[in-house]
Structures are given as structure tokens and as C-alpha cells.
Design a protein around this ligand. Sequence first.
Ligand code: ALG
Ligand code: ZN
Ligand code: ZN
Length: 321
Amino acid sequence: MNRTPVGPLDASKTPRFAGLSTFARLPRIEDVDGTDIAVVGIPFDTGVSYRPGARFGPEHVRASSRLLRPYNPAQDFSGWEAVQVADAGDIAANPYHIDKAVRQVADAAAELGSSVSRILTLGGDHTIAYPLLQAINAKCGPVAVLHFDAHLDTWDTYFEEPVTHGTPFRRASEEGLIDRTASMHVGTRGPLYGKQDLEDDERLGFSLVTSEYVEEHGIPSALARIRKRVGDKPLYISVDIDVLDPAHAPGTGTPEAGGLTSRELLRLIRGLTDLRIVGADVVEVAPAYDHAQMTGIAASHVAYELMTAMAQAIVREREAE
Ligand SMILES: N=C(N)NCCCC(=O)O
Ligand SMILES: [Zn+2]
Ligand SMILES: [Zn+2]
């Protein structure tokens, strides 16, 4: 797509609080002639183990994204001016049948992925990372997964069920969807079921930068470890908003004390913009527990940084052609 991209509604003509709630007030995918980055919602939370409500995450993050502006000084880049970013609406996922929902998400993401360069997903609980990785694997092969989360999400089953929001990366690893030499969790903390969890996790192909490590050694050291592990592999970034401390993101289903600040998370993402990001999600925003849109705003800014990084990756690919 080399036409001039269609941007958001002009905030000097249409108030930011008026009009359709698309991500950042960008056009809908059906209103533009070709999209590079599709922002899609997955209002699904049948996989949760504790507080429900992430099904309302996509609409909350969109509503919290109305104040985003075109130029991102932290990356010195104007993503939606460089490439066409559009809102693809929501993927319909069966709320009563998790296996059907997973299939619907995988199929819809594969179809959307065939007509755009990159997908940025707004969840939804973390279950959806599993079918999203199925879709990205079909397009790009095994990807390095950089997973920002308080939790490992490599547990085996809950109530003997294999597909839940605590198990997506175990299923993905078992299915060969991820690069086991290049995947990593960032921001993990809090109680586990047992020491075995960490052994299983390592065997499934993940290494760890814990929340404590970030506090102890700082962002540059954390970034160096991430960059060393991911290298130039195609990279999928999955951000569970509960990676943030509950003080920064109370609106989520399984909060854990001692997390990253939103400033730290944004800095970490900004330190990865030259990597080969092929897809990303921001999940686990549950607005019923949010206050003053603080979780929604944090998630919308995370999505904005990811969108800017993806736009830069697309521009680099074009320049290399
Ligand atoms: N993916 C998220 N947010 N949470 C997983 C927690 C699973 C548990 O209750 O042990
Ligand atoms: Zn989590
Ligand atoms: Zn998670």
C-alpha cells in the first residue's frame, strides 16, 4: 500500500469524545482501500480462572484510546501516517464453547492476516494467544514469543481443561508454534503452584526476566537479555496487562502485587522497535475493576507503542524491497 494513509478523525473538527469508538478514532477497515495494520478486538473471557469481564476489554481499550495523537516522540515516528492502520472490528467467539471459540479465532485471524501485513489484537482473556499463534504460525512459521505477564501461562490444565487463560503458551509450545530457543516471559512474579512450574516452563522453551530483575538491574539490562534471546527471529509480542502492578492496572482478572510500572513497560517496548515484530496482542483488560480508565489508558498506550513499532517494521521491509 503506497497511497497516503487515511488517518483518524480530525480532533480540531470532531471532538475526541464524539463519533464511532474505533481504535484511536482511526477508520474502519471497510472504509479504506487496503490496510497494513489491522487492530482487531476479541471480546472473549470464557477461559478465565478468577474474575471475569475481559470480554469488555476491546471496547474499553478503544474508548480509552481516543486521546492518542499521531506523532510518537519516544520512537520519533508517526505510525498511522506512514502505513494504513485500520480497525477491523471484533472477531465473534462462541462464549459457551471454548474449542469452537479457539477455532473461530484461529480462522478469523488467518483470514484477516491474509489481507493485511500485521494484526494487533485487543483481548479478551489470554486464552486467545493460543489461536492467534496458530494463525501467525501458518503465515510465518515458528515465532519467538515475548510474553509480558505476571504469570507464566504455561500451566497444563485447569479443572482438567487444556484450553484456558493459564495454559496458552504450553499448548502453543507443544504444538510447535513457537521458537523454543528464543521465547521469553517478562515481568513474572507472585506465587506459583510449585517449583515444578518453573522447570516445566523452561522445558517448554521460555526463559525469564522477572519483575524483580527489572527492579534490581534496570531496563537497559532487561532489554539486553531480551534482545540477545530474540535476535532477528520473527517476533510475536503478547502483553497481559496484569504485567503492570495493580496500582497501574487494577482492571484485570488475576492481579498480582509487585509488578512493573506503565513507564517501565512502555520503555521496554520502545527498546525493541528494531526487532522483527510480526504480530502482537494486549489482553486481560477487565473494565469492571478499572478506575478512571487507568488500565484502559495504559493498554491503549501499550497498543500505540506496538502499532508504532510494527509500522516501522513495515517501512523497513518496504525499503529493503
Ligand atoms: N493469564 C492470566 N491473566 N492469568 C492466568 C492465571 C491462572 C491462574 O489462575 O493460576
Ligand atoms: Zn497474567
Ligand atoms: Zn496471561
